[in-house]
Design a protein around this ligand. Structure first.
Ligand SMILES: Nc1ncnc2c1ncn2[C@@H]1O[C@H](COP(=O)(O)OP(=O)(O)OP(=O)(O)O)[C@@H](O)[C@H]1O
Length: 950
């Protein structure tokens, strides 16, 4: 009975008999059931409210009565109604006592201070027999919570009396009377027998129980006092715990801010290191560039020296070669000159105007007619020809060459070629054929397809020689073909139907030094090979006027003239020449009386004879060295003026017929030829081109320009070399400045390292001192089951700041008490002991070794401009980095200020070594730990630091 106390008021009532309980009835019933017992610990107005059912042995709580209000229970026993909801109902269904109002009661939840109780009322002395005891009313069971159970096995006599006494005023039902009245009578009988004795016993027992109750109350009071004392102690401990937690939170915040500050400094250092790495990389690149430039400069210098040497060698070689070339050229020119002179002397010895006599063979008609030959060629090799008449030698003629009828075109040309070649040497040449009609002029000059004449062979020979001289001479050959018919010039290269064919062509004299003659508007066909020459010759031959005469079926009625213009350039000495070769097939001379021509033919013949007479007059004048040469008496002589003068070479083919019938014409021709041969034209004059001097001048000017350009190139190279040397000097100066800045930044970095280390150490020490000074005394008392003292952190702190302390010395360090944690989930975070220790907070790159620490050379960004600009930029960078540092610290401070809740609380003690272990509170431990690890990784700390942190 001492282990419990009355907490729950119980109201016991009947249910079956009170079908419609009124207010009076219920009040009476309640009053009956109220047990006025001072010893009872009932909390309802100091009285126990107990009752039992009149019809049911179950003890029930009466809540159906309107008089038993919720307020009453709540006021009398508030503890009873606190806690969980309890629905109480009458088990046997008393009408009106159904649950009309659910009482929400609360069970005291003072888990640490209150005690769940259960009680049992045990009868002092059973005074009823077993049958009575087995009555439904003798035993009631009340469930109040999981641990409360009460059995009433006994009702005291007073209670029963009171019950029955109070029932007197109640109008009982017949059922109740019949049920309870006999039992009461039996009980009265039993009581009457032993009531006195029992009463005395009960009184004694009651006294004893009172005494025990008093002692129990006193014990309870003492327990209450003790309980209150314990509660106060617990409250004080709780307050102390709260204070410690608050202090711990403040410290954690403080430490967190320090950690963030350190983190910012570390990040700043990391940025500085990255900047240093970049600058170092740039410096290396610049050094490499400098080395490359130096190598290039040295190579360029060597190259310049080599170039100068090679240039000198080349220049000397060139001079030698030029000198040699000049010598060879001079010798060559001298040789050529001598050759030409000799050649010309030969020609002069032969005569600048030469006469070849060619006699055609008798044609088939003459042979059939029995014509006899009047010409003897016994002295033909000596250039002698004898004319016979009636078998008697009549006269001998001597010419430069005599070609008998058996002589072919090749033999004729062999003698002609040397004179024709002179046109390529710059001499004007005139080759014409003179003779009576049908004597073979055209045959000699043009020839046939099978036996080509002098014209084609001469041009063919010219192109062969041009090809031979192509390395030393450059020639341009053009051909014009014209005829003089009835004293008119006709261009035979113009088609007869065109308007140009009817254009009247006149002979003009060129104004200038040469003063040659030419025909403006005459077609000059450019020929490059023999085929083109042949085509041109064929074209001209087809346009020629040809008529049939008595003497010749295809008699030429005009003077056919081929003018071959040659422009030559000596590629060795630049000498240019411009010369002409006239190839003239004269019209046949014939006696008018003999031919008996009339009309147009007569006019043609007269013009032909007139022009030939003019040619004879010119030749006579040339022979007699007349001061006036009548070149302009005919178109023929006017055109041939440049080639018949003393400056040119002339070859005359005098064509004769062997027929004795043509002897008179032959003798006339031979006489004319003999006069021509007697002409002494004197030395020929070379026809120089005026453009030669101009070309020389151009060559000189070109050489001067080349010399100037070379001088400019040499000057530019010298300027470039000078610029490179200046750049090299500037780069050397910049490198020296950069190295100085590197040294300055290194010293500055060392100072900052020391300051940061001192600052962090001082902050940690200060934190340690503060934590020692502000430790709550209550924490010294260990609370069993809830406290864990973290002393290792202090030891680790000492070890962190004194890495030289040996482990055995650490064991001697007295463990400092007072650092308590009330959170049962706290656990000590193990620290890595194998990680290397270091005294600096500066994050070191994993690949960095002690040997290459010098590679971390702080440098400002290198600029190509002046050093002052570099300094300004460095200052700007410093200002920017400071601003960023301040902003970073501010942001971190804001983050720390917000993150102070229990669920998000992170306690970070220290940021270094073993002192940097973290104690995490609440459910945020894992999340905060992962965030912290992530931040550690971001800081770039080395693996040792990370291991220690983990
Ligand atoms: N050396 C020769 N060998 C063979 N046949 C020749 C020779 N000379 C001329 N003949 C022939 O004589 C004929 C007349 O010759 P060609 O026409 O050349 O005379 P021509 O002097 O030009 O006459 P014309 O003055 O009337 O033009 C031609 O048929 C020609 O083939």
């Amino acid at each position: 009975m001492e282990d419990f106390e009355w907490h729950d008021p119980l109201l016991i009532t009947d249910d079956s008999s009170l079908q419609q309980p009124n207010q009076t009835h219920c009040e009476s019933l309640i009053s009956v059931m109220e047990l006025a017992d001072d010893s009872s610990p009932t909390k309802i107005d100091g009285r126990s409210v107990l009752g039992f059912s009149l019809t049911s042995p179950d003890l029930v709580i009466c809540v159906g009565s309107p008089d038993i209000t919720k307020q009453r229970f709540e006021e009398s026993s508030p503890d009873f109604f606190e806690g969980e909801r309890i629905d109480v109902s009458l088990e046997n269904g008393i009408e009106g006592s159904e649950i009309q109002d659910s009482f929400k009661t609360s069970v005291a939840k003072t888990e640490d201070l209150s005690t769940r109780v259960s009680f049992e009322l045990v009868a002092q002395q059973p005074f009823v027999d077993d049958n009575l005891r087995k009555t439904p009313t003798s035993e009631s069971r009340i469930d109040a919570g999981d641990e409360q159970e009460m059995k009433l096995n006994f009702l005291s006599l007073d209670a029963r009396e009171n019950i029955f006494l109070n029932f007197e005023g109640v109008e009982l039902s017949e059922g109740m009377k019949s049920t309870y009245m006999p039992q009461c009578e039996i009980l009265n009988d039993i009581e009457n027998c032993s009531i006195d004795e029992e009463f005395n016993n009960l009184q004694r027992e009651h006294a004893l129980q009172k005494k025990e109750l008093f002692e129990t109350k006193r014990a309870v009071e003492e327990l209450k006092i003790e309980n209150e004392h314990k509660s106060r102690e617990c409250q004080e401990a709780w307050k102390s715990l709260k204070e410690l937690q608050n202090e711990l939170m403040r410290k954690s915040m403080h430490v967190g801010s320090l950690a963030f500050a350190i983190e910012g400094q570390v990040k700043e250092k990391t940025k500085w290191f990255s900047l240093l790495r970049d600058i170092t990389r740039k410096l290396k690149i610049l050094k490499m560039d400098q080395m490359t430039l130096l190598e290039e400069a040295s190579m360029f210098k060597n190259y310049l020296v080599d170039v100068e040497g090679v240039g000198t060698i080349v220049q000397s070689t060139m001079n030698q070669q030029v000198q040699l070339h000049e010598d060879i050229k001079a010798k060559f020119l001298q040789e050529v000159k001598q050759k030409k002179e000799l050649y010309n002397k030969v020609l002069e010895l032969k005569g600048n105007i030469r006469v070849f006599c060619r006699c055609r063979p008798l044609n088939s008609e003459e042979i059939t007619s029995g014509a006899t030959t009047a010409v003897e060629f016994e002295g033909a090799k000596d250039g002698e020809l004898t004319v016979k008449s009636n078998g008697i030698s009549k006269k001998t003629f001597k010419f430069d060459a005599v070609f008998s009828p058996q002589a072919d075109q090749v033999e004729v040309f062999e003698e002609t070629a040397p004179l024709a070649i002179s046109v390529l040497d710059g001499y004007n040449v005139c080759i014409f054929a003179y003779g009576q009609t049908g004597s073979g002029k055209t045959f000699t000059m043009e020839g046939t397809n099978e036996a080509r004449g002098v014209n084609y062979r001469t041009l063919e020979n010219l192109f062969n020689i041009i090809e031979e001289r192509k390395n030393t001479f450059k020639y341009e050959v053009s051909v014009s073909v014209l005829e003089v018919y009835n004293e008119q010039i006709r261009d035979l290269l113009v088609s007869s139907g065109s308007s140009q064919a009817t254009k009247r062509l006149e002979i003009k004299q060129v104004v200038g030094e040469g003063g040659g003659h030419h025909v403006p508007g005459l077609v000059e066909a450019r020929v490059n090979n023999v085929n083109e020459v042949w085509e041109v010759l064929r074209t001209g031959s087809n346009g020629r006027v040809v008529e049939s005469t008595n003497a010749n079926e295809h008699s030429s009625r005009s003077h056919c003239m081929h003018c071959v213009m040659v422009k030559g350039e000596n590629l060795v000495n630049g000498e240019c020449t411009k010369s002409k070769l006239w190839l003239v097939d004269l019209a046949g001379s014939e006696r008018i009386a003999r031919t008996e021509v009339q009309g147009e033919r007569l006019k043609e013949t007269q013009n032909i004879n007139r022009s030939l007479s003019a040619l004879g007059d010119v030749i006579s004048s040339l022979a007699t060295k007349s001061p006036h040469i009548p070149f302009r008496n005919s178109k023929l002589t006017h055109l041939l003026q440049d080639s018949l003068g003393g400056d040119s070479k002339t070859l005359m083919f005098v064509q004769i017929s062997p027929n004795e019938n043509d002897l008179t014409e032959s003798i006339c021709s031979l006489n004319f030829a003999s006069r021509v041969r007697g002409i002494e034209l004197g030395p020929a004059k070379k026809q120089m081109d005026n453009t030669e001097i101009l070309k020389y001048k151009q060559m000189i000017e070109k050489l001067r320009q080349d010399l100037k350009s070379k001088d400019n190139q040499v000057k530019k190279m010298e300027d470039t070399n000078y610029g490179l040397e200046v750049k090299l000097k500037e780069r050397d100066i910049k490198n020296r400045n950069l190295q100085d800045k590197i040294k300055e930044l290194e010293s500055q970095l060392l100072v900052e390292r020391k300051l940061a280390r001192q600052h962090v150490d001082s902050r940690i020490k200060q934190q340690h001192v503060d934590s020692e000074a502000t430790r709550a005394p209550l924490a010294e008392k260990s609370i069993e089951g809830y406290s864990t003292i973290n002393i290792d952190s202090i030891t680790h702190l000492e070890k962190e700041n004194n890495p030289n302390i040996a482990p055995q010395h650490l064991s001697l360090v007295p463990k400092q008490t007072g650092r308590a944690s009330l959170c049962p989930t706290f656990r000590k975070i193990s620290t890595a002991t194998t990680a290397p220790r270091r005294n600096s907070l500066i994050p070191l790159p994993t690949s960095l070794t002690s040997n290459n620490k010098s590679s971390f050379v702080p440098l400002n960004p290198i600029q190509d401009n002046k050093s002052t600009e570099d300094d300004n930029e460095a200052r700007v960078c410093d200002e920017k980095s400071k601003m960023l540092r301040r902003k970073s610290i501010q942001k971190r401070s804001q983050r720390v200020g917000v993150n102070v809740g229990m669920e998000k609380l992170r306690v970070s003690i220290g940021g270094r070594g073993k002192n940097g272990q973290r104690m995490l509170l609440g459910n945020a431990r894992r999340a905060v730990n992962s965030i912290k690890n992530h931040r550690e990784k971001e800081r770039g700390w080395n693996s040792g630091t990370t291991a220690r942190t983990l």
